[in-house]
Design a protein around this ligand. Sequence first.
Ligand code: SF4
Ligand code: MG
Length: 328
Amino acid sequence: ETPLIEVKGLKKSFSVKKGFLGTTKHLRAVDGISFAIRKGETFSLVGESGCGKSTTGRLVTRLLEPNDGEVWFKGQNISHISDNQMRPLRKDMQMVFQDPYASLNPRMKVKDLVAEPLLIHTKLSTKERDKLACELLETVGLSSFHAERFAHEFSGGQRQRIGIARALSVRPSLIVADEPVSALDVSIQSQVLNLLQDLQEEYGLTYLFISHDLSVVEHISDRIGVMYLGSLVETADKDTLYDRPLHPYTQALLSSVPVPDPSLKKERIILKGDLPSPVDPPTGCRFHTRCPSCMGICKQHEPVFREVEPGHEVACHLFDEEMLKLER
Ligand code: SF4
Ligand code: MG
C-alpha cells in the first residue's frame, strides 16, 4: 500500500547572518531525513527544540519548499508543485499548533474560527457553515452554545479543542499537530490527547505529531522518529522504541521520562555539553560531542541511517559491523 506521506532525503536550510560583520551562513534545519507514514497511523517526531521537527511539519504540508529531497502525498510528488497545484491538497492536510492563543484570531467568533477553512475551501453558504461549526464544536467536546462567543473567553484546553474543530472542519486525511498539548496542564493534556485519538478512530485520520516530550507521545504514537540537529537518529514502532532504544540519544531522552513504577526506573543519563548550533554541526556523527559511547570513528565518519531489524532504523556506528571493524 502506498504510504499517505513519504519523505525521502529531505533537506531545508535557511540563511542566517552571523556576528558583527554579518557573514551569511546556512542553518541546516532539516538535513536529509526519510520516513513514511501509513494511512491511519500516528507518527511522532521527537527531539529538543531546534532539532528541525517543526520545519519538517511545514515541509510535509508544503508551507515550506524543500532545498533537496522529496515529499510524496498520496502517491504524488508535491516537493516543488506550484501554489495553484497545491491548493486542492491544502484542504486535505491541516495543522494544529501549540499555542491556540496565537493561532486563533481574538476578534472572531468561535463559529467563524471553526468554519474559516470551510469558507476558504468550500462553497457552502453561511448558514451551512454555521450549522457545521456547531456540530464540530459538539464533536470536540464543546457545545453549540459556545458558537457565538470569542476565543479569549475560553481556557487553554478549550481553545485547543476549537483549534482541532477548525482543522477537522474540511475533513482532512492528514493532521500535523505541532506541540498541540505543550502549553497545557498535564491533566488537560491527557484529555486533549484522548480527544485526538477518538477523532482518529472516528474519521480515519493520519497524524504527524510533533513534540519535544517522549512522555507525551507514548500513548498516542504508533511509530516514533527521534531527531537530533536536523537528522533522524532512530525510528521504530512505539513499543520497540520504549523497550529497546538503540541510539544513545534516544536512551538519554527516555531515561528522563517518568515511569509509574519507580522500581523500573532506569538510571538517568545526563548528556554533557550544550546542544551544538545547527549552523556549525559537529563533524562525523553530529551527536558525538555529547555521546556517552563516542568512539574515535564517530568524530570523522557520519553514521548512515539504516534498518537494523525490520521497521527499526538507527544512525549509529555501534550498530554497523563494518564501522566497528574500522574502530578496532
Ligand atoms: Fe555515539 Fe558514535 Fe553512535 Fe554517534 S555514532 S551516537 S557518537 S556511538
Ligand atoms: Mg518547534
